[in-house]
Write a protein that binds this ligand. Sequence first.
Ligand code: CP
Ligand code: NVA
Length: 331
Amino acid sequence: MDLKGRNFLTLKDFTPEEITYLLDLSAELKEKKKKGIPVDKYRGMNVALIFEKTSTRTRCSFEVAAHDMGMGTTYLDPSGSQIGKKESIEDTARVLGRMFDGIEYRGFGQEIVEELAKYAGVPVWNGLTNEYHPTQMLADMLTIREHFGHLKGIKLVYMGDARYNMGNSLMIACAKLGMHFVACTSKNYFPNEELVETCKGYAKETGATITLTEDIESGTKDADVICTDVWVSMGEPDEVWEERIRELSPYKVTKKVMENAGEQAIFLHCLPAFHDLKTKIGKQIHDKFGLDDMEVTDEVFESPQSKVFDEAENRMHTIKAVMVATLGERE
Ligand code: CP
Ligand code: NVA
């Protein structure tokens, strides 16, 4: 499989075979890292990491992976460059494309990362947009595959805001990989119809199914994986908190939800998560709305069924695979 020179903007652009190849490569790179076998033939190469929104996992994954590979990195923080203020994306792309071998971009609309890719002339990797979070998908799928040994036929239920990057991307990943995707949430938070139709098209080819339901009992019954994400994403205005809490509170991942799914079920969350009062935002929400948690209870988050830290670790191995594949494999 040759993905050299390809962008990584959304899983919509990749075939099931290409996604499986990236997962296999991730597993191989993970094993090599654990055994101390270096994959560092990329010396002399450099990657730019543009973050217009904040990050812990994605930034660290790109940096650690790049350094493991022998590459240099330049981090452009949400305020420290000319991008979008004094310089267009098109010009930025043409400048960075002259200096770097690959560019990661995290920001707002998907059209921005598409524009960057159009003009950069080097691989561009989407580190999260409002619409998609494709590198997270590889980590989630690798974590599920490590746990169950396969992906086809797995029932994955997403609870919460299914119209945003995580809900959209999980639906695409499941449809491409022959899994059973359920968005179990208020109908106002179902993924948009056009994307649902696109994914149903993929599903026809792979044996996947797509279900949208407000019913928690049937939606989560016998699920293999229960996923959620924050109810208010980066870049959204504070005004939406009240409505989100009202609409999405019934879809919090609780012990009862996990019990309904069954003891085989695992819990995944891309993180960061609001499950206790140890954060500044958590305390603010507590003071304003009286909540001790939001999308998931601390009990579920800290339970043996929760695989969120395996998932977080897998961000690094999978991001390394994306860079190795698109920059070209080097023995
Ligand atoms: N899951 C994820 O993308 O985390 P960060 O926002 O910390 O990068
Ligand atoms: N939906 C979240 C994901 C964070 C990794 C956000 O966009 O803020």
